[in-house]
Design a protein around this ligand. Structure first.
Ligand SMILES: [Zn+2]
Length: 265
């Protein structure tokens, strides 16, 4: 059995503490720990995680290059890491394409976007520059859902996936944080996966099983959303969901291994 965590955040040492707190404030939870690579690896090893797909979100255009260089240095330093580049919808289309080419050349596996933090509507024209450039090239992990706002609702996500059939989308948090019961909007689209992060503490194992059965285990990817959550605790919650061993293996690593191209035997 392997485990791939498709959704974890890391921050440069200098700002890790501050960044972890601002995210915690946003979601009105207590900041649990510092979001550094060292802590991610320590907690992940205890849970038996083999591979971590790491990201960091750029809240403005100026941060994009700095964050991507930081992620590259972390991925190079830790063989267990695979990276997702940061982009921002205010970049022009040429700069977006250049950044994607740079990411592919340097072995990045996808892109991370967080509409709620980056203040854009998931389906607005500004963001479509990114979807055009990424189609057929790199999957995008989207933060999705928040019943307090409307930036990244499952409905907007589904619209984008429909408009860009060659874009592989990973809709985080069972497809919509705090809007978990809407996972059905993705059914049949064929280019939307969902991850399990920041969800299993909020819904019951029975509810999680219902969504997995309904949408299909082949579309689910295990994610921790470090530093919000501890890997062992997230894994324990996932193990309480009553699905078959085959489905468990698909969600824990086989789907991600095939989708992102991570060789594990
Ligand atoms: Zn995230």
């Amino acid at each position: 059995m392997h485990i791939i965590d498709v959704h974890s955040h890391i921050y440069p040492e200098k700002i890790a503490d501050k960044a972890s707190h601002s995210i915690a404030d946003f979601y009105r939870i207590d900041a649990r720990t510092e979001g550094t690579s060292a802590v991610l690896l320590e907690e992940g090893r205890a849970a038996g995680i083999d591979v971590y797909v790491v990201n960091s979100v750029a809240t403005n255009v100026r941060q994009v290059r700095r964050i991507n260089e930081f992620l590259l240095s972390e991925v190079r330093a830790h063989p267990e890491f695979r990276g997702l580049i940061a982009l921002h919808p205010d970049m022009d289309e040429g700069a977006i394409r250049d950044e994607i080419e740079w990411g592919i050349l340097n072995g990045f596996k996808g892109i991370k976007l967080h509409p709620d933090f980056q203040h854009f509507y998931l389906d607005e024209p500004r963001a479509k520059k990114i979807y055009r450039a990424a189609s057929g090239k790199l999957p995008i992990l989207f933060h999705t859902g928040d019943s307090r706002f409307n930036f990244s609702s499952p409905g907007r996500m589904a619209k984008v996936a429909e408009e860009f059939p060659d874009l592989i989308c990973i809709a985080a948090h069972f497809g919509g944080w705090s809007e978990w019961n809407q996972v059905g909007v993705y059914k049949g689209l064929g280019n939307v996966y969902v991850d399990t992060s920041s969800t299993l503490a909020f819904i019951s194992p029975d509810e999680a099983k219902r969504y997995i059965d309904y949408f299909g285990a082949e579309w689910f990817l295990f994610g921790v959303d470090f530093p919000m959550w501890n890997a062992s605790e997230e894994l324990e919650r996932f193990m309480k969901v009553d699905i078959s061993l085959e489905e468990r293996e698909m969600i824990l690593w086989k789907n991600a291994s095939a989708l992102i191209g991570i060789d594990l035997e």
